[in-house]
Design a protein around this ligand. Structure first.
Ligand SMILES: *Cc1c(COP(=O)(O)O)cnc(C)c1O
Length: 456
């Protein structure tokens, strides 16, 4: 018999490699229209230790729906304080708009796995396919919708990198509202195209701090060259909402109702992972105020609460703004001027000025109250990622998967790669799921700096 066994082995190993990394290299899972979840998941009903109450900034008493609804829509105020209903119906008008881009794909990232040589399976949920390029629209749509049915005519908000402002501007247009957006000054200058996007949708955009509000004037008197922060922009937007009849304030992160709306991400992902025949051992999201992290995590976390599952949840924050790993757990304001309720949360202090990193959406001083409580009680972990590591991960991901990630999302990718390598080093393999919160096509100036070697 002259059968050459070694040739057979070579063929077999090529075949096995081929199986591990199929030629299509990217497998995507979608839900049919009927399978898209029609309710959001309210983790407040299940969380083992309820967060401490938010306090009114003037009276220091727990806030009420009445108090909150002076700023926010009534429905969002109710959702904010709802600790009893586990499932909350998504209004039909919002479902209709969600269907413009949902379900978003769940992707098995074979090419990324191959690029880092890991034995783990890596999946990502691609929220960058929304019309404005990030997960933010998932909450902008219901917030604008509730305002419109409550007779509100104007909405205002702050925006950092411009993602939330763009989402709100578009959602406001859909539901026939006027929108005014305060954009953090440094982002307004660094990211002119986000401003243009907001203006295309008809928003009035003002760089913050500005002279158009008392809060802005006070900040500029103290610090004439203030670059702006989410804290300053929130103060200005809140003031405008308070002073203007028929105007409500909206927020793109941090608050419970925002994260509630974002749970559509995790609820879809749960069904899509089932289609893939897997369940995640690790779920990762980048972390600004916690809405995309909570959105992908909370639906999976409910199975940890009941003891059915033991998934790890990892929030990836920038080393330049490390509230989860280095902040203090205490009551603090959500904004610079102290207009918002006092929130029990991990914070770096409401006057913290993060350095000028490109991940504008992650430059926020605090964390949502639910996430803060979960971290305190050990239900989740947090890691810090340096800017350079995040862009290295982002470029690796782009080359493998063909999508240029938002600088914020690069932090989640970097964390996923770190975790995969740790498991490889320990000789094990896991199923890792991360949220791709947005694309970076309007952030190419940041990539230019990275490619030119000028990034710190
Ligand atoms: C706003 C934003 C973030 C951070 O906000 P979270 O509320 O923590 O999700 C992350 N990624 C992108 C693309 C964003 O626009």
């Amino acid at each position: 018999m002259n059968f050459d066994f070694s040739v057979f082995l070579v063929i077999l190993s090529v075949e096995m490699n081929f199986n591990k990394y199929p030629s299509h290299m990217q497998k995507r899972y979608f839900l049919s229209e009927d399978d898209i979840p029609r309710q959001w998941y309210n983790i407040q009903a299940d969380i083992p230790v309820k967060p401490m109450p938010m306090l009114d900034p003037l009276t220091r008493e727990p806030v009420t729906v009445d108090g909150l609804s002076r700023l926010f829509s009534v429905e969002c105020s109710k959702q904010e304080l709802n600790q009893s209903d586990r499932w909350i119906d998504i209004p039909d008008a919002v479902m209709e708009k969600y269907r413009y881009y949902r379900s978003t794909p769940l992707v098995r990232a074979y090419a990324l796995e191959k690029a880092i040589g890991t034995r783990s399976h890596i999946y990502f949920k691609n929220e960058s396919v929304s019309p404005i390029g990030s997960h933010k629209l998932n909450s902008a749509l219901p917030q604008a919708y509730y305002c419109s049915v409550e007779g509100v005519t104007n909405v205002t908000t702050e925006t950092g990198a411009g993602q939330w402002g763009a989402a709100l501007a578009y959602a406001a247009k859909i539901f026939n509202l006027e929108s005014a957006v305060y954009q953090v000054k440094i982002s307004y200058e660094q990211k002119p195209y986000r401003r243009s996007i907001m203006q295309v949708f008809g928003a009035q955009v003002t760089p913050s701090p500005s002279m158009s509000t008392r809060a802005g004037k006070d900040i500029l008197t103290r610090t004439p060259y203030h670059q702006g922060s989410l804290g300053t922009a929130i103060s200005e937007a809140v003031e405008l909402a308070r002073m203007t009849h028929g105007c409500k304030y909206t927020l793109g992160s941090v608050m419970n109702h925002v994260t509630l709306h974002q749970t559509i991400i995790g609820l879809e992902a749960e069904k899509q992972m089932e289609m893939a025949g897997e369940y995640p051992d690790v779920v990762i999201g980048c972390f600004g105020g916690g809405s995309n992290f909570g959105g992908i995590s909370f639906p999976f976390m409910r199975h940890n609460f009941t003891g059915e599952r033991n998934t790890r949840f990892i929030a990836a924050e920038p080393a330049a703004c490390p509230k989860l790993t280095q902040g203090k757990f205490e009551y603090d304001f959500g904004d610079e001027a102290g207009y918002t309720p006092l929130l029990p949360m991990f914070t770096l202090g409401h006057d913290f000025q993060p350095s000028n990193i490109h991940a504008g959406g992650l430059r926020y001083h605090g964390a949502g109250t639910i996430v803060s409580q979960l971290l305190k009680d050990g239900y989740m972990e947090a890691v810090d990622i340096e800017q350079l590591e995040s862009f290295e991960a982002g470029c690796l991901f782009a080359k493998a998967e063909g999508i240029i990630p938002a600088p914020e999302s690069c932090h989640a990718i970097a964390a996923a790669i770190r975790v995969a390598r740790e498991y490889d080093a320990a000789g094990s393999s896991k199923t890792i799921l991360f949220n791709l919160s947005g694309h970076g096509l309007i952030d190419m100036a940041a990539y230019d700096q990275f490619l030119a070697g000028n990034m710190k």
